[in-house]
Design a protein around this ligand. Structure first.
Ligand SMILES: Cc1ncc(COP(=O)(O)O)c(C=O)c1O
Length: 458
């Protein structure tokens, strides 16, 4: 537990960037659901079975069998986490001048594509950009826009199409099987491979079961398998729906590509039967991938996330509707309309939630996603200014969630007094992880002449 005075000091020390706080100074940590799961007794038992042989460990074969059973792809290549899979996939498949469409790219996906010189393009349906609007499959890709893109740039400049299930950048929103099938058909017509960013595949499959006609009687596992059968491969961060604290993998059905990916893996990650992981991590993932498909578990997870969403939305807090599968997203632009995008309303709200109650959340707006994301000052603002409250798997109870609800409502009550921020230092890419901020008023005061400064302070 911390006091408000302590949190004021910690915020200052961390340059108002919540990634730079010490975790022990956080009371409820909703920064991410990535790698923060509480592992089950079966996963810990798997850890104890870990075989740490350099090559060909039995842990790898248990991992490979589990991934194959759920995902069904021919080649399964372990990685230390999702972005390693992205880097290897895009290094092999992308080059400057190419375009990689997605429903919405997440931060690391976008950055790894741009690092190759290719362009990462978001093609969500228009409803995606309206936070208050409810739609059962807001994560769908705009298939007309995909057709237009192929017509405009030609299939030769599109090395792959991606679909992120669920779409993390804008609400944890699912992609329907019908949309997946339509995108698959378009890709097949033009000979373009389709890859899934599969981090939250089980949550996406459960949404399909709940919301899409014809899937109510199917198991989540069967639905997941049907999703993967429509793709040529996937990237996966096992830190999400693998329920593991570290790990990921890359899958493909293409023999030549798999060989190139494994060659690169040996150069930077490790031998293809461990890929930068310990044998025990592979065992934890093998178990987690099966457990995440338990429907009673998914039902509980969706119910607790919906509970948080309903309670704050009911009191007037604007959220992305409907609640997502792993998080609630507050619409900071709607909640703090007096803070312009270039003063980062999402960052301001995330800072206030920490100051109020020690709750750590994550800005998903112009800090994370503004176009360019480089040093140049003239960046386009992000389409939405969101704060994500991601719920770690199997960690918090209803009383923790009640505490979060109370804190959000307190911040909401004093929303008009909240001010914006400016960036004083940032890296060339993925700036949200390490950028330094200061309150906008103090930076303004510093730049004004001394007499004006004293007026402002008064
Ligand atoms: C949709 C999506 N893709 C990729 C990643 C990257 O995974 P990792 O953090 O394991 O590198 C994340 C992580 O948050 C994600 O949410």
């Amino acid at each position: 537990m911390t006091t408000r005075e302590q949190r004021d000091a910690y915020l200052k020390e961390a340059w108002y960037n919540l990634f730079l706080l010490r975790a022990e100074d956080v009371i409820i940590d909703l920064l991410t659901d990535s790698g923060t799961a509480a592992m089950s007794s079966e996963q810990w038992a798997g850890i104890m079975r870990g075989d740490e042989s350099y090559a060909g460990s039995s842990s790898f074969y248990r991992f490979e069998a589990s991934v194959r059973e759920v995902f069904g792809f021919k080649h399964v290549i372990p990685m230390h986490q999702g972005r390693a899979a992205e880097r290897i996939l895009f290094s092999v498949m992308c080059k400057p001048g190419q375009v990689i469409p997605n429903n919405t790219h997440f931060d690391t996906t976008r950055a790894n594509i741009e690092y190759t010189g290719a362009e990462a393009l978001d093609l969500p349906i228009p409803e995606f950009y309206e936070p208050a609007l409810s739609h059962p499959f807001k994560g769908n890709m705009d298939t007309e826009a995909l057709r237009r893109l192929i017509g405009r740039v030609g299939p030769g400049r599109i090395p792959l199409v991606m679909l992120t299930v669920t779409s993390n950048s804008g609400g944890g929103q699912p992609v329907s099987m019908a949309n997946l099938r339509e995108v698959r058909d378009i890709c097949s017509r033009y000979g373009i491979p389709l890859y899934l960013d599969a981090c939250r595949f089980a949550e996406n499959a459960y949404f399909i079961k709940l919301r899409e006609e014809g899937y109510q009687e199917k198991s989540v596992k069967e639905i997941a398998r049907e999703m993967f059968e429509l793709a040529d491969g996937c990237t996966m961060s096992a830190k999400k729906d693998g329920l593991a604290n570290i790990g990921g993998f890359l899958c493909t059905n293409d023999d030549l590509l798999a060989q190139q990916e494994k060659d690169l893996l040996i150069l930077t990650e490790g031998f293809p039967t461990y890929g930068g992981l310990a044998g025990r991590d592979l065992d934890a993932i093998a178990v987690g991938l099966q457990e995440v498909l338990h429907e009673d578990y998914l039902e509980y997870r969706f119910a607790s996330i919906g509970y948080l969403g309903r309670h704050i939305a009911g009191a007037g807090v604007p959220i992305v509707e409907p609640p997502g599968g792993h998080a609630i997203y507050i619409d900071a632009k709607a909640m703090l309309p007096h803070i312009p995008s270039d003063q980062f309303p999402g960052q301001a709200l995330a800072v206030e939630l920490y100051r109020e109650a020690g709750i750590r959340s994550c800005e998903i707006g112009s800090v994370m996603h503004s176009a360019g994301n480089t040093h140049d000052e003239e960046k386009k603002p992000a389409a939405m200014e969101l704060v994500r409250l991601a719920i770690p798997h199997r960690v918090y109870t209803q009383s923790h969630v009640d505490y979060v609800i109370e804190a959000i409502l307190q911040v909401y009550d004093r929303r008009e007094s909240i001010g914006g921020y400016r960036i004083v230092q940032q890296p060339p890419f993925l700036r949200h992880f390490s950028a330094r901020f200061e309150p906008y008023t103090s930076s303004l005061a510093r730049r004004l002449p001394a007499y004006a400064n004293s007026i402002l302070v008064a």
